[in-house]
Write a protein that binds this ligand. Structure first.
Ligand SMILES: NC(=O)c1ccc[n+]([C@@H]2O[C@H](COP(=O)([O-])OP(=O)(O)OC[C@H]3O[C@@H](n4cnc5c(N)ncnc54)[C@H](O)[C@@H]3O)[C@@H](O)[C@H]2O)c1
Length: 340
């Protein structure tokens, strides 16, 4: 692999700016092609970032013409399977938007195709690349609060998107909760084993279905993780990163999803309520090029150059996706079910 990686990006909609901005600042990625079902959208992005890239609406033809090393997939969830399989079949490494796939069957096909092709397929989980989440993960892992027993996250945002989300089935679980479920695995260092989920569409919902959900996960290491979320909650919004509580055997940690991280341990007295002692949890800002989408793109480029898989490689990310699809399976079955 040379120093400059040739890339094609497919899906030139809203999120593609979070990719094309950082890519335009790197001198080791050459954008050779931009693809969208609407070729005008591809042209507009090419001009916006002054890429000397070809534009079109046919991915397979673009791959043959431009011979990229990597494909960036920013299409809608239902299109990810076709885009990723086409790119892997051609012989490119792929970094794609979340969620990995619309079904577990498709996710398994994609993982198997990446393994068979000997190529990296990794998924964007940009919330892992925040300084605060890394600090919380490291602090919980340090054991200063004792063993982790319970995790709770709240996600309440009134997001008026329109577009594909307004009509999508299980919109909150499939299009948003993947971020939170992946963060729960990342923060707790555990994986999900069982789930019970109740999904509903509040009376004011502007989504066709499934804008709110409550899920209880039984995780490995006896951790219980509770998720509450809504994409049609007006007022008092949480952050997109959620509001979190971690309960450990000797103390707790609260993170508001922004800069407030508060931890307390208790003393070893025999009082009815033990004294709570604050513990400082520091975090250092990440340089712009290592945060969010930029950080993931940087790790992916490094992985392509060195062959070392990035942390969001498909064989790991499928475990976060399995939480989404098991939650949906529980909604459909109306009972607690196993997470694959
Ligand atoms: N990581 C994040 O924080 C984050 C934030 C928003 C969206 N997303 C994800 O990004 C993806 C795209 O979301 P968006 O908000 O940009 O949607 P969007 O509707 O704004 O854009 C999607 C684009 O993909 C194109 N497209 C669809 N199917 C295609 C296909 N088969 N071939 C070529 N082009 C195709 C559409 O024409 C459209 O231009 C989704 O998977 C979404 O979940 C991630």
């Amino acid at each position: 692999m040379g120093e400059t990686i040739k890339a094609v990006l497919v899906g030139c909609g809203g999120i593609s700016d979070a990719w094309l901005g950082p890519i335009s600042k790197r001198d080791d990625i050459e954008m050779v092609g931009l693809v969208d079902l609407n070729p005008e959208a591809a042209k507009v992005k090419g001009e916006k970032y002054s890429f000397n890239a070809q534009t079109g609406n046919d991915l397979a033809a673009m791959l043959e013409k431009t011979k990229p090393d990597v494909v960036f997939d920013c299409t809608i969830p239902e299109a990810h399977v076709d885009v990723v399989l086409t790119a892997l079949k051609y012989g490119a490494h792929v970094l794609g938007e979340k969620p990995m796939a619309d079904t577990m069957e498709n996710a398994r096909k994609m993982t198997a195709a990446a393994e068979a092709a000997g190529k990296i397929y990794a998924v964007i989980q940009n919330r892992r690349y925040l300084p605060q989440i890394i600090a919380v993960r490291d602090f919980i892992k340090s054991g200063k609060l004792g063993k982790l027993t319970t995790v709770q996250s709240n996600f309440f945002i009134g997001a008026h998107f329109g577009g594909f989300r307004a009509e999508m089935d299980h919109v909150l679980l499939l299009d948003m909760a993947i971020h939170t479920f992946d963060a729960a695995r990342f923060l707790s260092g555990t994986d999900a084993e069982k789930v019970y989920c109740h999904e509903f569409n509040p009376s004011n919902s502007w989504y066709r279905t499934g804008a709110s959900a409550v899920a209880i996960f039984e995780m490995t290491n006896d951790v219980v993780y509770t998720y509450q979320g809504s994409w049609c909650a007006e007022g008092c919004n949480t952050t997109w990163e959620c509001d979190w509580r971690f309960i450990c055997e000797k103390g707790s940690l609260l993170w508001d999803g922004r800069d407030s991280i508060r931890a307390e341990v208790v003393d070893d007295s025999n009082e009815f309520i033990k004294a709570e002692i604050s513990v400082e949890v520091d975090f250092k800002e990440l340089p712009e090029e290592l945060a969010g989408h930029s950080g993931l793109i940087a790790d992916f480029v490094e992985a392509v150059k060195t062959g070392t898989p990035p942390q969001t490689v498909c064989t790991d990310n499928i475990k976060s996706l399995a939480m989404v699809h098991a939650a949906i399976g529980s909604v459909e079955a109306g009972r607690k079910i196993d997470v694959e």
